[in-house]
Design a protein around this ligand. Structure first.
Ligand SMILES: O=c1ccn([C@@H]2O[C@H](COP(=O)(O)O)[C@@H](O)[C@H]2O)c(=O)[nH]1
Length: 276
């Protein structure tokens, strides 16, 4: 999905919500266990209940890989079911030397080879340029670089002072020399909302993937106040607060209610900014 198409979807759906599919087999309702692939069945119902309210889905690879072959099958089936008008993000947080990254890129971008052709992948920048460029060889695909994460541990490395500012500021500036804002996004946690103004100095046009609203307590209003651009520039993710809004048979309805509440807040923010 191109930048232009992404912005059009945001305007059309009045939403910049990404629903995180962090689907834990131990947390899904018991009655789904009768289906051949309970995780896919859960995801399918969440997708059906939320697809008009969000512009993106983000399965987190860990929840699928931890189940071996069965998990991989759930991930592939989920990928196949994702609506084509939504940006599909695989939250894999990969990063390795060039030939290994080539294979990670093939695994998640090359549908013919692996059965999965996600639009975007999260990547750790720690190993530098040659670990990131393999993903950029796939025309039209997005690379989403971890910049300032929502985690408490972000202070351990990301806030290390360097001659050019904090390490995460260096990451953003350097990565922006590798590709343009039509191919590169950055992860910035909603729990770091006070940093958004600063980050916009280095990433004025990049879309930011913002996890941390919902279960982690980040404020959507603050993220918008400091991080929104004229093109919106934000994709805000919520996983647990949506998909586990209820643990009962009404889980999909509860997920919809939670997604609707976020979408309505997003609509207000898009109107305030004059984007819609
Ligand atoms: O800095 C980061 C980077 C990634 N994540 C991921 O986003 C979701 C958040 O889930 P919630 O349930 O809404 O808290 C999850 O997949 C994380 O691995 C993040 O939280 N922070």
């Amino acid at each position: 999905m191109s930048r232009h198409q992404l912005i059009e979807q945001i305007k059309l759906k009045k939403s910049f919500l990404c629903v995180g599919l962090d689907t834990d087999i131990d947390k899904i309702p018991e009655f789904l266990k009768q289906y051949p692939d309970p995780v896919f069945e859960f995801n399918k119902r969440i997708i059906d209940a939320t697809k008009d309210l969000c512009i993106s889905y983000k399965p987190n690879a860990a929840f699928y890989e931890s189940r071996g072959l069965k998990g991989l099958q759930s991930l592939i089936s989920t990928y196949e079911y994702l609506p084509k008008d939504c940006l599909s993000i695989i939250d894999a947080k990969r990063g390795d030397i060039g030939n290994t990254s080539d294979n990670y890129a093939k695994a998640f971008f090359d549908e013919e080879a692996s059965g999965m052709g996600f639009d975007a992948i999260t990547v750790t920048p720690y190993m530098g340029n040659d670990s990131v460029t393999p993903y950029l060889k796939y025309d039209g695909k997005w690379v989403i670089i971890l910049a300032l994460t929502s985690s408490v541990g972000s202070k351990d490395f990301q806030y290390l002072p360097t001659e050019g500012g904090y390490l995460f500021e260096q990451v953003i500036q350097k990565a922006n020399t590798w590709a343009g804002a039509d191919r590169l996004m950055f992860v910035v946690g909603a729990t770091k909302s006070t940093e958004f103004t600063n980050i916009r100095k280095y990433a004025p046009d990049n879309f930011l993937l913002v996890p941390g609203v919902g279960a982690q307590g980040g404020s959507l209003e603050e993220v918008c106040k400091y991080g929104m651009t004229k093109d919106c520039g934000l994709i805000v993710n919520a996983s647990r607060s949506i998909i586990y809004a209820s643990g009962g048979e009404d889980f999909a309805d509860a997920a919809r209610a939670e997604a609707l509440s976020l979408q309505q807040q997003m609509q207000v923010e898009l109107e305030k900014a004059g984007i819609i």
